[in-house]
Write a protein that binds this ligand. Sequence first.
Ligand code: WT7
Length: 640
Amino acid sequence: MAEVSLPFESKYWPYKKYSEMYNRSLRDPESFWDKEARKLDWFKTWDTVLDWQPPFARWFVGGKLNACYQCVDRHIKTWRRSKVAIYWESELGESRILSYSTLYRAVNKFASVLKNLGVGKGDKVALYLPMIPELPISMLACSRIGAIHTVIFSGFSAQALADRLNDTQAKLLVTVDAGFRRGKPLKLKEIVEEAISLSPSIEKTIVIRRAGIAVEMKSGRDFWLHDLLAKAAPFVPPEPVESNHPLYILYTSGTTGKPKGIVHSTGGYCVFNHSMYQWVFDIKEESVYWCTADVGWVTGHSSIVYAPLIHGAAQVLYEGTPDYPAVDRYWDIIEKYGVTIFYTSPTAIRMLMRYGEEPVKKHDLSSLEVLGSVGEAINPEAWLWYYKNIGGERCPIVDTWWQTETGGIMISPTPGIECVPLKPGSVTFPLPGIAADIVGEGGQPVPPGEKGYLVIKAPWPGMLMGIHQDPQRYQESYWSKFPGMFYTGDYAIRDNDGYFWILGRADEVLKIAGHRIGTIEIEDAAVSHPAVAEAAVASKPDPIKGQSLVIFAILKQGVSPSPELNKEIKEHIRHTIGPVAIPDEIYFIAKLPKTRSGKIMRRVLRAVASDASVGDLSTLEDEASVEEVKRAYEELKREV
Ligand code: WT7
């Protein structure tokens, strides 16, 4: 194992409780995680804590458990059976409240529905659903019977959905007639219809009635959930699976056009998420927890479904967006349910900050105890606003750094252990068990104050098991840049006090409003428009979304740029990937700045788009292209 430079070896390290625990965890990870794992309910104890055959880690080998059992069965044996599990809140304020007992019943029935349709252990089930209770219910039903769920974010288009279905080869898909987005129905069944025509593996669909609109149902292929539930059994025994049985596959963007199917385990993942929730959020029996993420992303998997439910917490599940129907929607919900732990994104904070303090002051937010931030760096201004106006200067902000691949939180303040002094904009220190470090190009640790690559130098239980059906890509993406270290793709820096600061992506992945988007995926989508010959994606700083998406496009010969074409290409990208990938601006140019070996110099595009210095251009093939890019950009600025 590569050596870690421990942050607390510095003279600035006064945090005894945390540092003792952190030291212990790295000195003897196996006995540390062995103890943590015993906090869950296992059907059979493991034979080996960790089997590390780089780059593949297998945790709690030989142990048997069931993730759904951790989330519901173990609570209904206690007083928690009548405790609230989910306060579901619709966009317009309708609520549905599920206790652990009703959740248990719903999950069992759904599991029976799946079984009756022939789904069994190891089968893959695709879930394309909005934020309704049936989303966590169907995930838990899958894990109950040992099926592997793959949730596809409901903002993805038919093509993006089909690509993911084709990769997993799922046979069954669960969806709704339509969800709601800002009062309008988002017709998911219609999108599914188009996707299925491109993904032959899907044999059956289950359709949940949410909006009550008329949809096309193909007899023998499409089934209404309410019809199936009428014939479902009330109890399905939880399937004991080996700890390394995959719990789910979740797609995320990488540096090629093809999304990566990240595979997570059952045992390691559950143990890790259980522990990190204790440390980061200080979750207590009486907590009322709310994470505003969509279950379609990893945040929703770990921070809405598995971690809070394993803890038996009460949580809010909200269907809608932060500013609909009014800009105080979030504050209204916090007051309505007396939320104590609130976990959201910097983009949401920055967006709500724009409306000033009035909408906040209308509500009693005194129940709040801990605030969280995730998905992108939070700028100090937003941090301070959040701290002062939402947390009333009494709630620590846990700025949590993690990734789809890490399965759970890796670097964050830990009020559940000991709250270190916070610095606005810093994610502070790695969690116990996380051998995080910052290294230079050659893999050597960089001194404080120097920018480097964030790496993890030892396996941790929430670590991905691999990329679905692509071990080679797994090895290349994460373990090749620095041998023996997990490469995160992020730049980071440590200050003189040992605090970590995340500086953004070092690879060709963008973070737009916290969403992770691969530049190549968008370029592929742009080029698939008949008028576009070549396209390069860059980003520029955005006051709300952190970064906004810009495309530099070269049109095919004979095609002239026009505002209509601009709109058409945007629409085409929306249709190919989904609304998250719509570029904010498209610049039409005649040449792209490329290196002599033909690689697009994104750094130059980024610099031009954000009005920064273009820096060293010695590897540039054709200097005129930079002028060209600048000119197009200037013209567009004039038009706006
Ligand atoms: C990337 C991972 C974590 C779940 C949601 C995103 C960025 C994440 C932070 C943070 C600065 C952050 C990184 C990371 N990121 N959290 N607290 N501060 N940047 O998961 O979609 O896999 O994206 O999000 O760039 O690599 P994801």
